[in-house]
Design a binder for this molecule. Structure first.
Ligand SMILES: O=C(O)[C@H]1O[C@H](OP(=O)(O)OP(=O)(O)OC[C@H]2O[C@@H](n3ccc(=O)[nH]c3=O)[C@H](O)[C@@H]2O)[C@H](O)[C@@H](O)[C@@H]1O
Length: 537
């Protein structure tokens, strides 16, 4: 056996941590426990009288022997107890530490999960997701949380003033005007359609989540433009079922133009979840409220995509062609959207029209698209990547000008039949349509770059690279006869004319000078003319 004194002297880490008071109470505990051991481990008061007698006689004989070893045993038992107390303290301290670490880890995990998968956490009554024709880093807001975002406009979301504003914006100015909820209203197509509808006297309310997939300040500028024309655009998300429900309570929308989505073909490889959150979960959230809550059910027109044709090789692309071979996740979510539309039409009697847009471009466009980013890079003297097919042939797109697409959207809204259900019940067959909205004239991307070079007065630095395996398709070409037949869709803008409009807007919006401006200024200076700039200097 180890000598007790050595054990008593040894101090563990927890002994070092103990304060004076703790030391005193430990000494008392040792003394009490030692007294109990001297009584044979059994307190005297718990013995029967005969037992007490026996203890007295045996105890007397043993007294002298015990006296000699008493202090040694006291110390030994004391140290034994101190060891047990110490180890109990170690266990207690460790479990305390473990408890704290577990709480901390749980908090961190919840935080991370909230940041990365808010739609999953908030699914149901007040879930949120991305909207606004974009959505990489979703800017999620619920009805309650939106109040902070609305501080700028001094409207308390859901309050009486808010309801007044919503009703004002939703009220048509012409007889039989539509009452339209536009999702993704601060997006490219959403802005143009909202303006066009407002101008002809429809009532329009927009929602957009203003996410940062591309420069949110451009979306804010579009919101400002719409505001100046009397269109209210709320900062809200299509997955926010509470907000959608509230909106349908306040306004009996006759139509929904659903343009909110995660766009971009190649970005889907970098942020796949955002496509599921917006283009699948968001679509379902909207259909749910429209089918089960809205009274009356609205007719819905929504943005599908030419990308659903995927690896289809039959041209021009017709609505009757195969769409079961998407080449990107973006395309797959749009194709899923078309299948989901079928389901809600079939079960709930929702009137639904899908529009397959073909590479829409124009003023107030999307900076992630090639014509826009090429313009930025050409002006900045930076190189562009020009994709070509594996066989060396040019990649081609059926570029479609925004004004043509707006006419197509309005035509689809105007010819949409009312939904037939209500309160989650179908009362009869409802309209289900899909249309191509393209330009019917594919152009090689290299030609698009040539037009930009002319308009910008500057040569592009081109890196010609083989089309990467990133979901891109080599060729698109729309057959639009169905849209023409049903609502007189007829695209009228060729790429050169449309890009001219785009560059005009770009130069004004970003206050930049093209090479053409610089050239003409130089020429004027050389010729001694007064240019507007020198005249004001
Ligand atoms: O029509 C559609 O369905 C789709 O049109 C566009 O997708 P995309 O046609 O790929 O448009 P851009 O990203 O602007 O690309 C246009 C062309 O430029 C090419 N490109 C793009 C980027 C680049 O760096 N280099 C390059 O040569 C592409 O291969 C493509 O042929 C939109 O981004 C999608 O949201 C839309 O759904």
């Amino acid at each position: 056996m180890r000598p007790c004194s050595r054990i008593v002297e040894r101090k563990g880490p927890h002994d070092m941590e103990m304060g004076e008071g703790a030391e005193v109470s430990v000494s008392n505990a040792i003394a009490n426990a030692a007294a109990a051991r001297i009584e044979g481990g059994v307190p005297t008061r718990s013995l029967t009288p005969p037992q007490q007698q026996l203890r007295a006689s045996v105890g007397g004989k043993m007294a002298s022997l015990e006296d000699t070893s008493k202090s040694f045993r006291l110390e030994r038992h004391g140290s034994y107890l101190l060891r047990r107390i110490n180890s109990a303290k170690v266990v207690a301290a460790s479990s305390h530490l473990l408890f704290r670490a577990t709480i901390l880890a749980t908090v961190v995990l919840i935080l991370l999960f909230t940041l990365h998968y808010p739609p999953l956490l908030l699914s149901g009554s007040s879930a949120v997701s991305s909207a606004g024709g974009a959505g990489g880093h979703s800017n999620h807001r619920s009805l309650m949380a939106s109040s902070s975002a609305s501080a700028a406009s001094a409207i308390n979301y859901g309050g009486a003033a808010w309801e007044r504003e919503v009703r004002r914006s939703a009220t048509p100015r012409r007889q039989d005007g539509l009452t339209v909820l536009v999702t993704g209203a601060a997006g490219f197509v959403g802005t143009h359609c909202s303006l066009a509808m407002k101008k002809r006297g429809d009532g329009v309310v927009g929602i957009d989540n203003f996410n940062s997939y591309y420069d949110p300040s451009l979306k804010r500028a579009r919101q400002g433009l719409l505001g100046r024309h009397g269109v209210l655009v709320l900062e809200a998300d299509i997955n926010d079922a509470a907000l959608l429900t509230k909106l349908f309570d306040v306004v009996p929308f006759s139509h929904v133009l659903h343009l909110a989505a995660q766009a971009g073909v190649r970005y889907a490889m970098r942020n796949p979840q955002s496509y599921v959150a917006s283009n699948v979960a968001g679509l379902v959230a909207l259909f749910e409220v429209a089918a089960k809550h809205a009274d009356p059910q609205p007719a819905i027109v929504w943005a599908s995509s030419s990308s659903v044709y995927g690896l289809n090789t039959a041209t021009p692309f017709s609505e009757s062609h195969r769409t079961d071979r998407p080449a990107s996740l973006y395309a797959a979510t749009k194709k899923a959207g078309e299948a989901i539309a079928h389901t809600y039409n079939h079960i709930y009697g929702l009137s639904i029209t899908g529009l397959r847009f073909f590479t829409v471009y124009g003023p107030w466009g999307r900076p992630d698209m090639a014509y826009f980013s090429f313009t930025q890079r050409i002006l900045a003297g930076k190189p562009i990547n020009l994709f070509r097919r594996h066989d060396g042939a040019a990649v081609q797109r059926d570029f479609t000008y925004i004004d043509d697409v707006v006419r197509g959207c309005l035509g689809a809204l105007d010819t949409a039949s009312p939904s037939t259900g209500g309160g989650g019940k179908k009362r009869g067959p409802a309209q289900l349509r899909v249309y191509n909205l393209g330009n019917t004239a594919p152009v090689p991307v290299s030609k698009m770059v040539g037009i930009l070079e002319d308009l910008l007065g500057k040569k592009a630095k081109k890196n010609v690279v083989t089309l990467p395996q990133n979901g891109d398709v080599p060729y698109t070409h729309a057959n639009v006869s169905l849209a023409e037949q049903d609502f007189g869709y007829h695209p009228t803008t060729d790429l050169a004319t449309g890009l001219k409009q785009f560059v005009k807007w770009y130069v004004e919006y970003y206050k930049v000078q093209t090479g053409k401006h610089t050239d003409s200024k130089k020429r004027a200076e050389e010729e001694g003319e007064e240019t507007p700039a020198t005249a004001t200097a």
